[in-house]
Design a binder for this molecule. Structure first.
Ligand SMILES: Cc1cc2nc3c(=O)[nH]c(=O)nc-3n(C[C@H](O)[C@H](O)[C@H](O)COP(=O)(O)OP(=O)(O)OC[C@H]3O[C@@H](n4cnc5c(N)ncnc54)[C@H](O)[C@@H]3O)c2cc1C
Length: 478
């Protein structure tokens, strides 16, 4: 039995890992040069508690379950999560009424321990919050993570368990026999398959159309962000939301997992032909600033960068998950807008256990030697001085600091390359080098050299993130 998963975002990667628990051949096909570089790369990185999703929606069904699964998953796959909790703030009676509705909705969605706090309690925990605040809905199970690390960790573990990963390979067509897909055709080769799972993010509607299966039309909904310097990471301790509107959860203020401060996102609907438009605008960034200041009136805008992400939004504003009624061996995991990151582990389990095995009747036998754990990368700067000194004696490159902003050593860069990084962004997203204040201004050239040495390639063949994103053109002189 050969099952192909299209798309190595957080959803496809976790589905692929879940499948690797069984005696099946699992193919994960991704058009980018690395995993987790689609929608998964740029979002708010929140493990949502689950009070925000309409009762009875597919989002509500999977959000709080997925949130709870992250505790065990992060232990097994050794990636970071921090359950810092979230506040939804109300500044008047109308907004306070919304908090009460969210509390009831959350309880119906099985979100544990929701409470409404008064101004004194909120300000005692979050002194930087606007003192005009009236009430706040506190959700202790909300947390933060690094979404792309979830995908990377899942794929590393799946590879240990037999996954076949095809990067830089785009699915362009399907071949069918008697209504069933028999071949997935990519721009590089043809893969014979028994089942196809569509987790292609923003492009999942196009993949389903190619397969002749059901789909919901997707359009990108842009979210612009401001990332601020680490010195501001303590501005708030928890995730701060405004009261949501019909349209979105609003502009938030939250710490990032590595100690920075994130503001955003906007919610701008774009036409479906702008699925690659990741530009930021003055207007968007200004609105992020203005709305963030309503929640936290004194923010020092020591800017590290601005960026944008694109939500795969559908008219139904809900996930579209399940087996196709038209193409019997095709399964969709589509329209994964927020809280798709949070819900992803629960969706992966649902697709493998219920959709494939119960609804489609696939007989999957569990693999006896499945290895559930993966060891994350060592972060030398987090060791005690004595431990670090011992590590340097064993491996001198652990003592050579490459990224001073985020304290990443040469040993970590080398390990990232040995684990699969082939590009500068591949190193960046695995190690956090080039992610700090200087955004690679000081360390990028050193990392390029290390990539050159470790991969045995000339620097002119090494790219930032996409096949043509070269950093150097060639030698000025020999
Ligand atoms: C602004 C914003 C904020 C968000 N905030 C949160 C949040 O705080 N919490 C939360 O839970 N969720 C949040 N989300 C939602 C969450 O980010 C997504 O639900 C999740 O990342 C979707 O993952 P995915 O794997 O479905 O898609 P992707 O990560 O896009 O993965 C799909 C992959 O398919 C690949 N692909 C596409 N077409 C092809 C093809 N033809 N051949 C091969 N590969 C292909 C793509 O390259 C991509 O890597 C947010 C989203 C955005 C944009």
């Amino acid at each position: 039995m050969r099952i192909a998963v299209i798309g190595a975002g957080v959803v496809g990667s976790l589905i692929a890992r879940e499948l690797c628990k069984y005696d099946v051949e699992v193919l994960l096909i991704e058009k980018n040069l690395d995993v987790g570089w689609g929608v998964t790369k740029a979002n708010s990185a929140i493990l949502h508690a689950g009070y925000d999703d309409p009762i009875g929606s597919t989002r509500a069904r999977f959000c709080s379950v997925g949130n709870a699964m992250f505790t065990e998953l992060s232990r097994e796959l050794d990636f970071e999560i921090k359950r810092i909790g979230s506040y939804v703030l109300a500044f008047n009676d109308e907004e306070t009424a919304v908090l009460h509705k969210l509390l009831v909705q959350g309880e119906k969605n099985n979100v544990p321990n929701l409470t409404i706090h008064d101004r004194e309690t909120i300000l005692s925990r979050e002194p930087m919050i606007n003192p005009q605040v009236k009430m706040g809905l506190w959700a202790p199970t909300a947390g933060i993570t690094e979404p792309w690390m979830v995908a990377i960790a899942a794929v590393e573990n799946a590879l240990e368990n037999g996954l076949r990963l095809f990067l830089n390979e785009e699915v362009v067509d399907f071949e069918k026999r008697e209504g069933r897909i028999i071949n997935v055709i990519t721009n590089k080769q043809v893969h014979r398959v028994d089942v196809v799972i569509n987790a292609a993010g923003l492009f999942a509607d196009e993949i389903a159309k190619l397969a002749g299966a059901e789909y919901v039309p997707l359009h990108p909904r842009k979210g612009q962000y401001i990332l601020l310097d680490k010195k501001l990471g303590n501005t708030v301790r928890s995730i701060i939301f405004p009261t949501p509107t019909e349209k979105s959860k609003g502009i938030l203020v939250l710490p990032t997992i590595d100690g920075g401060l994130l503001l955003g996102p906007t919610a701008e609907d774009l036409p479906s032909d702008r699925k690659s438009d990741l530009t930021t605008t003055n207007e968007g960034i200004q609105s992020v600033k203005n709305f963030a200041l309503r929640l936290v009136p004194e923010i020092d805008f020591s800017l590290v960068k601005t960026f944008a992400g694109l939500r795969p939004e559908s008219p139904q504003k809900d996930f579209f998950i399940g087996k196709s009624e038209i193409v019997p061996n095709f399964v969709n995991a589509m329209a994964m807008r927020s809280p798709g990151l949070t819900a992803a582990p629960a969706i992966a389990k649902y697709i493998v256990e219920e959709v494939l095995q119960q609804q489609m009747g696939l007989k999957l036998t569990t693999k006896k030697d499945f290895k559930p754990t993966r060891k994350g990368m060592k972060k030398y700067a987090e060791l005690s001085l004595e431990e670090w000194q011992r590590a340097v004696k064993e491996n001198p490159s652990a003592g050579r600091m490459i990224c001073f902003c985020n304290e990443v050593t040469e040993a970590e860069i080398v390990e990232a390359i040995r684990r699969g990084a082939r590009t500068l962004d591949g190193v960046k997203f695995r190690t956090r080098a080039m992610f700090g204040r200087c955004q690679g201004g000081f360390c990028m050239s050193k990392i390029l050299k290390i990539l050159e040495r470790e991969l045995g390639r000339d620097a002119s063949q090494i790219v930032l993130k996409s096949p043509n994103s070269w950093v150097v053109d060639g030698k000025v002189r020999e």
